[in-house]
Design a protein around this ligand. Structure first.
Ligand code: ADP
Length: 169
């Protein structure tokens, strides 16, 4: 895309872009935080070239965990899952980029870390489904839903990275 240089144009460009570029909600789960993997996990998305739009350390309520995982509410592991997610702080992130949802899922790897490929976050850093260190949205619609659920208005930044012209033509 063309990068406009005027301040006003740049603002318009950012607003315009933010409406159409895909965003995914990535969350480092409490085990990832406790195990000191925050920097490592953020680094994987940062190095890939996605744009970080929001980031915070956050202790979530049971209600929020239940709402986030509402599609799994009938699963036998649901109570354990919501206990796990509320067991300590999580790191909430919104990352943006074309195809970011599917690509982030590939970087994260299979739900069961023993089946996740080496090179993926779960494949490299975890051994059990119930402690799989990171979450990533499974569709662009869920990306929007989850970002709206975990971030308040004003917590996302509209900005452009100087790397953009070196990442995309
Ligand atoms: P993913 O996180 O890979 O999208 P799911 O949406 O199927 O996977 O499940 C959400 C989360 O619920 C998983 O990441 C994992 O933390 C937990 N989970 C899934 N299946 C199980 C299970 N059989 N036992 C315990 N926890 C599970």
């Amino acid at each position: 895309p063309q990068i406009s240089m005027g301040t006003n144009n740049r603002t318009l460009f950012s607003l315009h872009k933010s409406q159409e570029v895909e965003q995914t909600y990535i969350m480092i789960k409490p085990d990832g935080v406790q195990r000191g993997l925050v920097g490592e996990i953020i680094s994987r998305f940062e190095k890939k070239g996605f744009l970080l739009k929001g980031l915070k350390l956050f202790q979530c309520s049971k209600d929020l965990a239940q709402e986030h995982y509402k599609d799994l509410k009938d699963k036998p592991f649901f109570p354990k899952l919501t206990d796990y997610i509320t067991s300590g702080p999580v790191v909430c992130m919104a990352w943006e980029g074309d195809g970011a949802v599917a690509s982030a899922r590939k970087l994260i790897g299979a739900t069961n870390p023993l089946q996740a490929e080496p090179g993926t976050i779960r494949g490299d850093l975890a051994v059990q489904t119930g402690r799989n260190v990171v979450h990533g949205s499974d569709s662009p619609d869920n990306g929007k839903r989850e970002i709206a659920l975990w971030f308040k208005e004003g917590e996302l930044c509209q900005w452009e990275s100087v790397q953009t012209p070196w990442l995309t033509d």
